[in-house]
Design a protein around this ligand. Structure first.
Ligand SMILES: Cc1cc2nc3c(=O)[nH]c(=O)nc-3n(C[C@H](O)[C@H](O)[C@H](O)COP(=O)(O)O)c2cc1C
Length: 179
């Protein structure tokens, strides 16, 4: 199984979580890490190249810090221009059918804030519905998201543990129920 991890962080030098995750995932043999902001700092995306990367992999992981309850802007732009009609959706748009799709997200707010009664009110499953709907429309299997939440209390030990857990998770071939 070939896995593509698309990392979208606008300021990786200042990142704690996403940089650590990215460095860890780069050690995995069957994982290709694709640093989106490094490739497209001016937001001019090579659509053919991005579509080819998707075609070449079985599992697509979008890794990003949660920004305003969604992804950083370049990742939204990437979806807008790469997931084209006739490629990703539409009567002939079946190129992503059957692939697996998952999110790896870090959030400043802690897990307990993302629930009814918490200060963010909504769960991460609710807030990431647009990604799930996108996967559905494109015929991809949406896998449970990998989350690391609560930056204020994040210890170095927990960060290292999460990096190992993420590496195991994205390379686990048996994540789909019933397989
Ligand atoms: C522009 C911006 C928007 C943010 N929006 C949210 C948000 O909506 N919810 C949240 O929990 N954290 C939010 N944060 C905090 C980031 O998610 C957090 O700093 C990041 O996940 C840490 O990962 P890093 O060390 O890789 O940068 C935001 C941070 C920035 C800079």
């Amino acid at each position: 199984m070939k896995t593509l991890v698309i990392v979208a962080h606008p300021n990786l030098e200042q990142s704690r979580v996403n940089k650590t995750w990215m460095n860890r995932l780069q050690q995995e043999e069957n994982v290709m890490v694709h640093n989106l902001y490094a490739h497209y700092p001016t937001f001019v995306i090579d659509v053919d190249k991005e579509q080819q990367l998707l075609l070449d992999h079985d599992r697509i992981v979008l890794q990003f810090p949660f920004y305003w309850y969604s992804s950083p802007a370049l990742l939204k732009h990437w979806q807008d221009v790469v997931l084209k009609y006739g490629f990703a959706y539409g009567s002939q748009g079946n190129k992503l059918h059957g692939k697996e799709f998952m999110l790896a997200i870090s959030s400043g707010g802690p897990a307990e804030a993302y629930q009814a009664g918490g200060y963010n009110h909504y769960s991460m499953s609710e807030l990431t519905r647009p990604f799930q709907a996108t996967a559905n429309l494109c015929g991809m299997h949406f896998l449970p998201s990998f989350l690391l939440q609560g930056m204020m209390s994040l210890t170095e030990e927990r960060l290292q543990e999460s990096s190992e857990a993420l590496a195991s998770y994205v390379t686990n071939p048996n994540l789909r129920a019933g397989r």
